[in-house]
Design a protein around this ligand. Structure first.
Ligand SMILES: Cc1ncc(COP(=O)(O)O)c(C=O)c1O
Length: 287
């Protein structure tokens, strides 16, 4: 969604390079930044955005070493540009301690000197659909510009949803619901993960890491497989009644076409077991 939004604004998104395990590849990032400079495009670099906890779509978390490698690479290449940290899934770690183990950009001196915006949503950890989020920005000019744009776009977020959340936060209902959601999502993740294993997906050349939080499994199919919306694989899934997000939609740059995002947020565990089995049948049909 964010990439679509950026595209509509005429912004070109570039992906932060990662290695085969999905960890930030700092040398490749420095090479990318040097390449921008060599091509005369350095001035077009306006901001850096990352989803730091249990990311959408990969489910990955940036640990302190990767966060610092990112800040160091940007600084070393003279790219101290505004940084936007999207912490939408921070609270959705199944082990509550894992979310608080690492400071966000606002509390980490490694990011001193960068204009910083930390954003999150209260809906993922409480009630999807309420659509209430928040941001904290340490750059007054940037913050004022955002308030101006938001005020003119929607005249403010709905009061009722905000009042519900204020009440939930004040009474402890928010924390109780979060504890319930963590357990529910853990069970859903386990159900989908187990169904994909039981369906024989690894033997068909698929691999994925089981995330410790969030709402997604990020699957890499066999090399050469196309999971795009027009692909044979997608048609096989639709015949089975299964929907997924083609991974190529989740990249700024040209992307590998053999990835898939599976969400386990909505379905109940028994339905996820069925969905996983159907997904495996589709994979076998084209594999
Ligand atoms: C990374 C990320 N940020 C922000 C949001 C917005 O969350 P919401 O609209 O539920 O408040 C989402 C929703 O999917 C998301 O994946």
């Amino acid at each position: 969604m964010f990439l679509e939004l950026l595209g509509g604004l005429g912004v070109r998104a570039r992906s932060l390079p990662v290695d085969a395990d999905g960890r930030l590849d700092a040398p490749a990032l420095r090479a990318l930044l040097r390449g921008l400079r060599a091509d005369g495009e350095r001035a077009r670099l306006k901001a850096v955005y990352f989803v730091s906890w249990f990311s959408n779509p990969s489910g990955r978390t940036l640990d302190l070493a990767q966060r610092h490698a990112l800040a160091d690479a940007l600084r070393a290449e003279d790219c101290v540009v505004p940084v936007l940290e999207d912490a939408a899934y921070r609270e959705l770690g199944y082990d509550a301690a894992s979310a608080s183990a690492c400071p966000g950009i606002l509390g980490d001196p490694a990011w001193d000197g960068f204009p910083r915006l930390y954003t999150s949503t209260l809906t993922k950890p409480f009630a999807t659909g309420l659509k209430v989020g928040y941001g904290a920005c340490d750059c007054p000019a940037w913050r004022d510009a955002m308030l101006h744009v938001k005020g003119h776009h929607d005249f403010g977020t709905g009061n009722f949803a905000q009042a519900v959340l204020e009440h939930a936060l004040a009474t402890g209902a928010f924390d109780a619901q979060l504890a319930t959601l963590r357990e529910a999502y853990r069970a859903k993740r386990d159900a989908l993960h187990a169904a994909l294993i039981a369906g024989g997906l690894p033997a068909l050349g698929w691999r994925w890491q089981r995330p410790d939080g969030g709402l997604y499994l990020w699957l890499e199919g066999p090399p050469g497989l196309d999971t795009g919306g027009e692909s044979e694989f997608c048609r096989a899934c639709l015949r089975e009644g299964v929907l997924y997000v083609p991974g190529a939609l989740c990249h700024g740059d040209d992307a590998p076409r053999n990835t898939v995002r599976l969400s386990f947020g909505v379905l109940a565990p028994a339905q996820l077991a069925e969905a996983g089995a159907r997904f495996c049948r589709a994979a076998r049909a084209v594999g």
